[in-house]
Design a protein around this ligand. Sequence first.
Ligand code: MG
Length: 381
Amino acid sequence: MEPTIKKVVILGSTGSVGTQTLEIIRAFSDRFEIVGLCNGYNTPLFKQQLDEFKPRYFNTLGEVESGYAGSKFVPAEEIASLPEVDLVVAATVGCAGMPPAIAALQAGKSLGLANKEVIVMAGEKIMEVARTSGSEILPIDSEPSAIWQCLEGEVSDPARLIITASGGAFRDRTWDSLGDVTLEQALNHPTWTMGPKITVDAATLMNKAFEVIESRWLFDIPFDQIDVTIHRQSIVHSMVEFADGTLKAQLGPTSMLQPIQHALFHPERQGNNNLPRLNAVTMGSLTFEEMDRSLYPCFELALDYGKRGGTFPAALAGADEAAVQLFLNKKIKFTQIPDIVAETLVTHEPIFKPSVADTIEAAQWATETTLARHNQSTILS
Ligand code: MG
């Protein structure tokens, strides 16, 4: 039987996950067709992608005329819900990824989810929308992908999820000693190469708290059954413990290509010579350490607001996005990030049982409030 061609839309095609998704799709032109591409402001790369993949539709925040390379400019939400689309890959960064991601789910599309803010903002609602429309959410973030892979084929619920954390750029320093760290130091991740926003979130461990919140909803498991452990090598991407004491781990190279490919081909495993390989003999020792939460104020803060629910997690994601942007623009110090996020969150008036629109509004409010306090008005990413 001829394999069917999956029709794919990529949101955030010029970012780190977007370009790696296209790298895999390029190698399997008989299995995938790009129907739509959406990006932010990286216009030169975006035009190259339009020239190469010739999608029928595109959306961009940059300046590309409709009809470029035979492609039509259409709103991102519309592209994500086109009848012919099978899979939408949300490789966007931050809260702006929510409207097209939710449109895809409402239209019953499979959603490859790298943009974790989407599920952090509105986890309960997102899962409800996916259930109602019969959409499948395919995790692309490496830790939730690892958990997903450990759970595949199991019929019993997991007893515990163990999310691994590299510890980020400053894992061997105390928080108090980080007052003068530079942007360049914060962007120098010890194991992963990623976009700037997530790399800063990895350094504060905000990213790890987001992954706990993400996993709580994706795998429908209470917060108190999710642990985080420091694993410096970033080879074990996460683990699952079962009732009988069995611990399953997923190991792989420190590369996003595997989790992306797993989501693209799910439920198949597909050979691909372009993927890096892990050699068990040469990979060296694997270490696991307890995480000292006192070293990471962002982690505790984020988890606290993540657990409160309502629109708090959306406000958290919005405030963090603004705080990271202020740091990337060299307007604040690294160690100010948790204080700035907390300052916004204490003034948030939450809505419980929020609609998707409520969560988008809460995130926007938090972003704008945080930026305004520091005399900035917009986020350009
Ligand atoms: Mg991750």
